[in-house]
Write a new protein. Structure first.
Length: 340
């Protein structure tokens, strides 16, 4: 087994034999690492699931090696004594040898491309939100108050710039116009990415099936395909919900079970999309005469807080998504709750 601690320029490599004894300790550059591993006989190459790990993993798989990627938080307990790159590589090799270790599925280039588009869109949306908040604060300081909501604010700013109101100084009016132009550019970039996601969801069979789930649109579907693929890395539907952090966090000891709020582990972006989708689908689903609708209606009648119902529905949608990805089926309105 080969434990590799990846770095931007140099990488530390520790090789262990079948007994776990260290037989190789080396530090080399990335390109030298690829050439070194290529010359080795087939073995297990273990790495942390960090930037560049999936690219190197695909290169090593093509050479006949077996790849094991792990979350850095699972490797940390196996690092002994002082922390350095050499100790990190040794801890990675030891952690990968444990039979109960959880590994990250190696992503394809297509999955990484979709995930990258989502990351860029998320950054653009955050930039647009910051710009809108700044522009709203600038105008509020000068007595210009607008209703809540992006669309209402957009119409109000456009009307103010066209009317030629003298409330603002010429310089601030010019600044507001520049910010509005930047806002339009961000809108255009976000709309272009949204169009790409629509095309991806239509061309990808798995994403197309996922969009049949209420509350799962093209963003949720493509993000799910990019993050979990065919969901073969999860043995049960509940494992996907737990991986997304949509289940209660446990703090149990002495045989006393204690459940807290949701754990918020795993993919924050995907969990956020599922919760927003569940919030949008809740009103119509809770009024439908289906097993899912009756389940939601029963929780609402028991007085469960609305946010708790939304998160429970998001967890249910994640479990339905697992079933659809694994069984290659589409969601039906009569889909029984017990199955998922």
């Amino acid at each position: 087994m080969l434990g590799v601690d990846l770095g931007k320029n140099s990488c530390s490599v520790v090789g262990v034999d079948t007994t776990g004894a260290v037989v190789v300790r080396r530090t080399m550059r990335r390109q030298t690492l690829v050439e070194y591993v290529t010359k080795l006989p087939a073995c297990v190459v273990a790495m942390e699931a960090c930037c560049g790990a999936h690219h190197l993993g695909r290169l090593f798989v093509a050479q006949g090696h077996k790849i094991r990627l792990m979350s850095p938080e699972y490797v940390r307990p196996y690092i002994k004594a002082q922390k350095n790159d050499d100790r990190d590589a040794e801890g990675i090799a030891e952690a990968a040898s444990r039979p109960t270790m959880r590994f990250v599925e190696l992503k394809s280039q297509e999955q990484l491309d979709i995930q990258t588009l989502h990351r860029v869109r998320s950054r653009l949306v955050a930039e647009r939100t910051n710009l809108i908040n700044q522009l709203r604060a600038i105008l509020l300081e000068r007595g210009e108050i607008f209703p809540a909501g992006r669309r209402k604010f957009e119409l109000g700013v456009d009307g103010m710039l066209v009317d030629g109101d003298q409330t603002l100084s010429p310089r601030i009016r010019q600044l507001a116009g520049d910010l509005r132009t930047e806002w339009r550019e961000l809108d255009a970039k976000i709309a272009a990415l949204n169009g790409e996601f629509v095309k991806l969801s239509r061309n990808d069979p798995a994403a197309c099936r996922l969009t049949s789930i209420p509350g799962v649109g093209v963003l949720n579907a493509t993000a799910l395909v990019a993050a979990v693929g065919d969901a073969s890395n999860f043995a049960k539907a509940r494992d996907l919900g737990a991986w997304l952090g949509l289940v209660p966090k446990q703090s149990s000891t002495g045989g006393k079970a204690r459940l807290l709020g949701i754990s918020k582990r795993g993919n924050t972006y995907l969990r956020t999309l599922l919760i927003h989708g569940a919030r949008a689908a809740l009103p119509s689903l809770s009024q439908s005469d289906t097993p899912l609708g009756r389940w939601l209606k029963a929780m609402i009648e028991r007085g469960v807080h609305r946010n708790a119902v939304v998160v429970a529905l998001a967890n249910k949608l994640a479990r339905i998504a697992w079933a659809i990805l694994r069984k290659e089926a589409r969601f039906e309105r009569s889909y029984p709750v017990a199955v998922v």
